[in-house]
Design a protein around this ligand. Structure first.
Ligand SMILES: [Zn+2]
Length: 216
């Protein structure tokens, strides 16, 4: 009922073609052929597409606080998740969550879990204050962004969920935190992959050898 009221109050339409009822329709969203497969810290990962075009615009809108994109993204991410998987989202800081109104990785993981029969364990929190005062490069390369939540129920195995693979720094940090706690990370799913040589080179960050890309 609430969803019907919301759709009436805030009609959703596709960012690409304007079709009603979904924020990014299957025709405008990435297809299977757009998926980017990569490895990071020895873990296989997949992005539903390159960080470009309508996908990029949709992610930017989501980060501005538009929840309608979460459902569209979750439906595409779900194709890469098998039932019974335990998803661990990489959360954002409390400050960003408060500005946006939600934590996108946590919301995506929950929606994907509902669609696929996977489970989600919110075991990580992102530290905010420790990163302050660092320059962009230092932030990208920093470790210790994440800590275990006090009430964390740690799974034996997990697939990590994040929004955009930019340099891989955040993912490597999240994987390392989980491994240090004894969790075996078996996969990574993200919304978008940023091509090396664009943002990576522009930011002065060298793509580490541990990151290899298949199918870009
Ligand atoms: Zn469309």
């Amino acid at each position: 009922m609430w969803r019907i009221i919301c759709e009436w109050l805030f009609p959703v339409s596709c960012l690409g073609c304007g079709a009603s009822g979904i924020a990014l329709c299957t025709a405008c969203g990435p297809s299977d052929a757009d998926a980017v497969h990569f490895h990071i810290s020895g873990v296989p990962g997949v992005a539903i597409g390159p960080y470009d075009g309508d996908l990029r615009a949709a992610i930017v809108a989501m980060k501005r606080g538009e929840r309608a994109y979460l459902d569209a993204f979750a439906a595409i991410l779900a194709c890469h998740i098998t039932p019974g998987t335990i998803l661990v989202p990489l959360p954002t800081t409390r400050r960003r969550r408060n500005v946006r109104g939600f934590d996108q990785a946590i919301e995506l993981a929950r929606r994907v879990a509902m669609l696929t029969g996977a489970m989600t364990h919110d075991v990580l929190r992102k530290r905010g204050a420790a990163q302050r005062g660092l320059g962009r490069l230092a932030r990208l390369n920093a470790w210790g962004r994440f800590a275990l939540r006090a009430d964390a129920m740690l799974p034996v195995e997990a697939v990590v969920v994040d929004d955009v693979f930019t340099t891989g720094g955040t993912l490597r940090d999240g994987i390392a935190t989980l491994r240090a706690a004894g969790v075996q990370v078996t996969g990574v799913v993200v919304l978008a992959w940023t091509a090396p040589g664009r943002n990576h080179r522009a930011s002065g960050v060298v793509v580490p050898e541990a990151t290899s890309v298949i199918g870009v």
